[in-house]
Design a protein around this ligand. Sequence first.
Ligand code: 2P0
Length: 321
Amino acid sequence: MTKTARAYTNIALIKYWGKKNKKLKLPYTNSLSLTLDKFYTDTKSSVIDNDEDIVSLNGEILDFKKSLRIKRYLDVVRKMYDFDEHLKIESVNHVPLSAGFASSASGFAALAASINSTMKLNLTNRQISTLARNGSGSASRSIYGGFVEWHAGNDNDSSYSEPIDENPKTDIVLLSVVISEAEKTISSTNGMELSVNTSPFYTNWSTLVASEIIEIKQAIAQNDLQKIGEISEHNALSMHALTLSANPPFTYFAPETIKIIQIVKALRQKGILAYVTIDAGPNVKIICSNESVNKVKNYINEQLPKVSTFEAHIGKGIQYI
Ligand code: 2P0
């Protein structure tokens, strides 16, 4: 009986933005994330007597085009671990597009864990993280719960994630504010490449990340949520500065994105704990505390009645169910 692997999504507090090796998805810098509860992917895989893989998502078999990324990934895994069997992959995403999170992190983390189990590869979590990274960079972090650091590394084996604190005591709550469910026009892969190649600030970004990783780890060790929020917000806005300073310039922000950044600043001035972090899209995630989250939610709903909000807490690492 093959087990289903479950992996939760994660939000980067110190962002990954740029690959030094596209094929292996080796990043230029380390990154640091928080694994979230609620939003996850369940994946089951089984060996089939077929010369092609079969991929199903949410109960529907994917056509050639939609399954291509996963099939290519399975080719990489077969080569890496020296097996020939083809697989049927059955994935169910509990990461609603409407919640403003990408599903590639939980998706490839669950897939890597599932292949490990089905093919009896006996991989360590570090090796599963490496395997997940080959599918999507941010997936390497979803192997663990709580706060997680992805070490950039220099080759396939040295680029992996590691837990910093899987059961943190900080009362961090993440409020996802959804402005738009539309597909982004510039994929993160293309956005990263354009920033690396053309932003004059890219070397400063690498230096900044190195120091912010050290600072945020100190703040995590001290359960200093305000400091965690300050560093995360600064890091996220610095990442977006790499898009605005690219040539040609681009941005993931929508007008409402800026509006929410301003609202969050105003809330802080009223003594309410709130900091923004933003990925490669217009939606904003607000770092709150147990105490501040309802106030933040009510204020956002009052000011922007059209947006929806989703609350998430600290999540766990890979589970087999
Ligand atoms: C992150 N993002 O650290 C950053 C911050 C978006 C902004 O990782 O090309 O889907 O598959 O390695 O992981 C989104 O990119 O990119 C991402 P690939 P991925 O979470």
